[in-house]
Write a protein that binds this ligand. Structure first.
Ligand code: G4P
Length: 189
């Protein structure tokens, strides 16, 4: 997606060979017009599936997932990383280890919002090692729902998550795939 690649080149900041800072438009400040275009692009890529729900993980997946939900007219659920006062009882949960942040969190979704038979598109901002997506796939499986595809805003193609998911038969649609990056140059696939 050219608009997204331009944004990454113009406003992304390569912090290390593996970490890209995109706080200016995705992870902190949100470029709403870009997110709208991202939602439309996901809708185009997934136009052949009959989804019933969109599922993401708080916090940075919420903006792109919501834009897709708006285009498709579907509910958007975000898995929580922290237990909230009101989130209790009948939960679908999975453990997610972040290699980037070196923290493990339990992600949870209420069974009220994901049911057997649901056709789910999973959306997230980054795909690195694939831990978050694996956790979300586990939540979908526990609900006896079906994951019909995974939509990623930025995939770091030099990390193994995308390859492993695709090798396991998961449909992954990434709007920008970075093959390599350093402070001077970001190379897209
Ligand atoms: P994985 O899920 O693919 O295995 O990725 P990983 O554990 O490495 O990533 C964990 C968190 O770090 C995720 O955010 C992910 O979006 C973020 N992340 C991974 N690589 C990068 C990167 O290069 N740049 C930035 N900015 N973030 C990266 P999170 O903990 O879910 O945080 P948030 O959604 O609340 O922002």
């Amino acid at each position: 997606m050219q608009l997204l690649q331009d944004k990454i080149r113009d406003f992304g900041n390569v912090l290390s060979p593996t970490v890209l800072k995109v706080d200016a438009f995705l992870n902190h400040q949100i470029d709403a017009a870009l997110m709208k275009a991202v939602g439309e692009e996901f809708a185009e890529r997934f136009k052949d599936v009959q989804a019933t729900k969109i599922l993401t993980l708080e916090s940075s997946g919420i903006a792109p997932a919501t834009m897709l939900g708006l285009v498709l007219g579907l509910p958007v659920i975000f898995a929580r990383k922290r237990k909230s006062l009101t989130l209790s009882g009948n939960l679908l949960s999975a453990t997610v280890h972040s290699f980037t942040k070196n923290v493990t969190s339990e992600i949870s979704v209420s069974r009220d919002f994901l049911q057997a038979g649901d056709q789910v598109i999973i959306i997230d901002d980054f795909l690195a090692n694939g831990e978050a997506v694996r956790g979300l796939l586990s939540v979908v499986a526990q609900a006896e729902a079906t994951a019909v595809g995974v939509g990623i805003v930025i995939e770091k193609g030099f990390q193994h998550g995308g390859k492993e998911l695709r090798d396991n038969g998961v449909r992954v649609e990434s709007l920008a795939i970075i093959d390599s990056m350093d402070t001077d140059h970001i190379r897209f696939r």
